[in-house]
Design a protein around this ligand. Sequence first.
Ligand SMILES: Nc1ncnc2c1ncn2[C@@H]1O[C@H](COP(=O)(O)OP(=O)(O)OP(=O)(O)O)[C@@H](O)[C@H]1O
Ligand SMILES: [Mg+2]
Length: 239
Amino acid sequence: VIDDKLKNIEKVVAVTSGKGGVGKSLIASMLALALARKGYRVGLFDLDFTSPTTHVILGLKGIMPKEDKGIIPPVVHGLKYLSIVYYSGEGVTPLRGMDVSNALIELLSITKWGRLDFLLLDLPPGIGDVTLDLIRLVKDLHFLIVTTPSQLAFETVKKLASLLKDLHIPIVGVVENMKINKSNLVEKRVSELGLQYLAEIPFDRLLEATIGNVTRLSETIVAKKVEQLSIKLTKLKES
Ligand SMILES: Nc1ncnc2c1ncn2[C@@H]1O[C@H](COP(=O)(O)OP(=O)(O)OP(=O)(O)O)[C@@H](O)[C@H]1O
Ligand SMILES: [Mg+2]
C-alpha cells in the first residue's frame, strides 16, 4: 500500500541528523520552499510526531487536509504539506515505540501525495523509531544529513553514516549548519567518510525574527545558502 502511495514521487529525501537541534526542520522547510519556487512539485512531511515544528517555520494555522478515501495534503506556500498538528492542534502527542510506528504506517498508507518531484521528510534526531521504520517501509529513500560544526554533532554523523552505508541507503550528502568560523574541519571529515559536503550555512542572528514569515525567511542569508543547496538536489533528480 505504501509503495503504491509513493509510486508517483521521483525522490524521497529524509532530512536527518545524529544530534538534535542542528537545523533539520529549518533546512527541510526552506529546501522545500526553495524547490517549490523553482517550479518543482514538492511535498513536505513533518515526521517529528512528538515535537513537530515545521508548521511554525512556515507560519501555518487553521488548515486541515481534505479527506477523500485518504488524506489529501493541503497546498501551502506552493508545497503539499502534512503534519500531525492537523490532528493534534495545540495538544501534546506523547508517543512511544509502537505508537510512533503505527502513526507512520497509517500516514504513509493513507496520504495521497499524487505526482511529486520531491518529497522532503523532516525527521526527529538520531537513529530512532521513525528513521528505522522509514528504512524498512520506504523504497528508494535518500538521506540528507545535517550537522553543526560541533565535534559532538559530528561524532553522531559518523554513526548514522555508517549505519546507512551498511544498509546500502544512499546519502545525498552532509550540510554543515550554524557555522560560526571558517574552519574546514567538518568538510575534511565528511570527505574522509566518502560523503559529499553539500553546503555550509552560517549561523544567522537575524533568522529567529523571520520564523513564521516565509517572505522574510526567503530574504535571509540562510535562504541564499539553501537556494544553492536546492540546485544540488535538483541534480539528484536528474541523475
Ligand atoms: N543557520 C541558522 N542560523 C540561526 N539559527 C538557526 C540556524 N539553523 C537553525 N537555527 C535555529 O536553531 C534551532 C534548531 O533548529 P531546528 O529546530 O530546525 O533543528 P532540528 O534539527 O530540527 O531540531 P530537532 O532535532 O529538535 O528536531 C531553531 O531555533 C532554528 O531556528
Ligand atoms: Mg526538528
